[in-house]
Every structure is written in structure tokens, then in C-alpha cells.
Design a protein around this ligand. Sequence first.
Ligand SMILES: Nc1ncnc2c1ncn2[C@@H]1O[C@H](COP(=O)(O)OP(=O)(O)O)[C@@H](O)[C@H]1O
Ligand SMILES: [Mg+2]
Length: 251
Amino acid sequence: MSLLAVDGVSKAFGSLQVLSDVSFEVQPGQRHVIIGPNGAGKTTVFKCITGLLPVDSGSIAIDGTDVTGLPAHSRVSLGLACTFQKTNLFGELTVEENLHLAVTARKPYRFRIWKPLSWHEDLHRETRELLEEWGLWSLRERRVGELSYGEQRMLEIVLALASRPRILLLDEPTSGMSPAETSRAASLIKNLPRSVALLIIEHDMDVVFSVAEHITVLHHGEVFLSGSPERVRGDERVREIYFSGGARPHA
Ligand SMILES: Nc1ncnc2c1ncn2[C@@H]1O[C@H](COP(=O)(O)OP(=O)(O)O)[C@@H](O)[C@H]1O
Ligand SMILES: [Mg+2]
């Protein structure tokens, strides 16, 4: 069974039909990338998947559970996480404190006054493990508000991982990053554990073709093509609609 199934989803804003009968699936552990020109409807698909926007028709299922009418938090408890909400970061707190909060939010006992001592120790250990694992150790005492844009976006990804999601949605994780930050982010993304499937909207073709196992091309709110990177790279029509803007995939 697929981990995420988007089935026949349509969405309009007033008279503007933004998504028309969009269907695709994400398998457990899969690296699935969505590409398409600006305004194609990519972010809108993400908002429908997370529950930020209701669909007009069609359905969305997570691990076989139909979540179409369920609120966002129910989808999170089924294993969905995403990073387009910048509100997760507290600029006045340090990197370690931000991560500690995210780890704490996931654990049981958080609403109890009396907590076992081991609970606090476990949280600290896990926070430090995540800092080391994702290359944030040297930044742990820095205030988040002082980090570079790229460092903040990397921290958002690590915060999203603290909820131990089974599927992580990343909306243009490298946008606004310098080339050096982009390649660091790409390697962080590539090293994410297979226990989490990735659905990524990305415009940087180097990142797309270094990460993707499956690519879905959106165009005018429709799935234009969904297939292997080789198939997408070799498709003349995709080149015409998408790569003619100058962004060409590597041969
Ligand atoms: N809340 C909204 N109200 C009206 N139009 C919207 C809204 N959100 C997005 N749109 C429009 O929907 C289209 C698709 O937007 P979006 O999903 O953000 O595209 P992409 O992420 O592929 O660039 C665009 O024409 C955009 O202007
Ligand atoms: Mg977008």
C-alpha cells in the first residue's frame, strides 16, 4: 500500500482552477520530487495534503486512512510533517533550545506536572544526538535569529524530523540559499533515513536529479507526467514546457 495517495484532487480559487484531477502516490521511503513552472499549483497540492486547504473534490489518504476531511493535526499524528511554516522557529532561543522544544512536543508526559527524571535526561540526550547527527553541533549555542537564512532552513528540516515523521514534505528547501548552502542542504536531504519518505518541491535541477527516484511534473494544475527521472529527463514535451526557461537537467 502506498504511504500517501493523492487521488483526483481538484481545487479552485474563485474562477481560477488551480488543480485539476491531480493524482500521484508516494511509497514508503521513496524520494519523490514535484517540479513544474511557477504557478503550476505545487504549493497548493502541499496545502491540500497537509490539510491547510480543503479540496473541492478528490481524496487524500495517508497509509490507507482517508484524511480528506480530517484536520491538519490528525494528519500529523498519522506521520505527516512539513516545513513551509516558518513559525516553528523561535528567533530569541538558541538552536539547541529550539530543537529541545520540538523533541519535547512529541513526547508523552508533556502535560503532566510530575515527570520522571529520566524523561528530562532522555530529551536532552535525543536533542544532542539530533544536533550531532545533522551537523548542527557547532551552532547549538547560537541564537536562531542570528543564523543565516540557509542555516535556518536546515534547522527547520531537522525540527520536522524531531516528530519522527513517516513522510516529510519540503516546499523548495533550497530556495534563497547560496550555492554552498544548497549543496549542504542537498546532502542533508540525501542522508535522511529511509524510515521517512520525502515529497519535495524543488526548482534546482542539480538537487532534483541528485535526490529524485520519482518525479511528478505539474503544469497548469495537471499532472503532466509522473515517472522515473530518466523518463522525465528524456521527455521532449517536458523540456519544452519546463526547461525552456534555461534551467536544464544535467545530461
Ligand atoms: N489563496 C489563494 N487565493 C487565490 N489564488 C491563489 C491562492 N494561492 C495560490 N493561488 C494561485 O494559484 C496558482 C498556483 O499557486 P501555487 O500553488 O502557489 O503555485 P506554485 O507553488 O506551483 O508556484 C497561482 O496562480 C496562484 O496565484
Ligand atoms: Mg510554490
